[in-house]
Design a protein around this ligand. Sequence first.
Ligand SMILES: [Ca+2]
Length: 563
Amino acid sequence: MSSATMVENLLLPPCEAKTFQDIDIGTGVTILSTEATARRNYNTTSPVPFVPSFKGLDFCQIKISYNPAGSTHEVGLEVWLPLTRAAWSGRYQATGGAAFRSGVGDLFFGQAVHDGYAVSSTDGGNRNEDFFDISWGLKDDKTIDWERLQIAYTTSIVDQILITKNIVANYYGETPRYSYWNGCSQAGRQGYMLAQQYPYLLDGILANAPAIGFTDLAMGDFWPQLVMKEAGLWMSSCQFDFFRQKAMEACDMSDGVSDGVISDPDICDFDPLHVVGKTYYCDGEEAEVTTTMANIVRKIEQGPTTPMKTPIWHGFSPSTSMETVGATKLTADKRLTSNPYGISSSFIKNLLLKDASFNLTSLTYTDFMALWTQATQNFSWLWDATNPNLHNLKHAKTKLLTYHGLEDTEIPYQNTLRYRKRVELVMGGANAVDEFYRVFLAPGVRHCFGGTGPEPLDPLAVLVDWVEKGEAPETMDAGTLNNDGELVTRELCAFPAKAKYMGLGDAKRASSWSCVGGTERHVEREEEFEGEEQQVLGDTQAGKILGGLRDRFEGLNLGLRIG
Ligand SMILES: [Ca+2]
């Protein structure tokens, strides 16, 4: 440690509650309690495989409890600050929630502190540990607790960011140089809400697989259950998987590579009715696909429609697993029955029907449509983040970055694309929107992570480079291990570009693929480009495609070096 750094660290105040007594965010919150503890050589343990554990972390842990402005509800906030000034990158990372929860505690804190971030999470005033239970949104007298819901889904996120910035300033003597949002699903929705309403609070927003239209999503994810109920047939996951396997057989090669990933589900024209009469094996028995089964799958792929057949929500692409929204379970007498997704069932029962013990299999299509209308009228204002006007985001120079898996089991990727296209309509077209908002679709990736396709490796780093170095991403590095344990790499493409196998070279290597069909845009001439001919190539998308070709030939290891 240099002497200058030692002096800097000596100047930091102690990691004690009194250091953080002076919280003033100007919106009238009342601090109820403050705890601060210096943690040294701390090991995090992760309860889930997709979050790594970290050893030997040093940080200041702060826990604050407060009443939001004008409310007597108690909200909890936790912040970890790298213990020394030298360990802090000057950055702040706000993390968000999942399912019905506003935050997920310290789940992502180890990675953040390890990477030099100050990091925080709110409980949104909801201490219920069950991610899929929203019975707390109903008061004892069966009326909706709007105050609690509003705190959980809007104001606590803003308080979280403002209070944490105060805490950062109290400790390091300066506010964060760069502030980021980082989250997926519910946290993705929170990120879009911040982008639409409070973009000045942040420099960059990473909001993946976002639950943008949360009301429609909660209703739409019940659709597969209703389809099965109306058809009078509850299908097993094995039966759904048979259709999924047939769709994969029909469309896997549409991208030129047989790898269990459909790169572009939009061009997969698999029709479930084509496999009627085919034999499948489930639970040790052989049976034939019926028309009823095929029609169930087709309706789920088409998505919910009004009685006039107007689509009201997206369907799921044919290669998407139905294990979440199309789940069924066995009754005591070994019959299959409904097993709806927790978000949908808890929302419909508690907040729409106000009866936690309601039997959802009694709902008819007509009932369901009426409930959807009620849901839109009562809850869209609360938690939907669908406003396409991003003028404030643009003006704040804040960047919004999203990836969405094409096999998302809970939120159809079309939800994100529909929003992006609406933004393009009101914000001056694709090129203009690309200046502050980019979307990357991840073939074969499920909800936030998992699946057969390569996952984004470090999307936050991509956002940081965009915000701090002005490097707008055209691609996003992704990777996974295939069934044979081999590393598969891919560069995800900035929408609307799609990854295309160039027909030559190892398909497991990113260099054998190119992004094609992207937004035509002027590419700044790079310094290494010299000579008139290369300047011309560098000016257009053609340069990028040729760049891909260069990578591809170099990837063949033939000793070729191009450009
Ligand atoms: Ca494929």
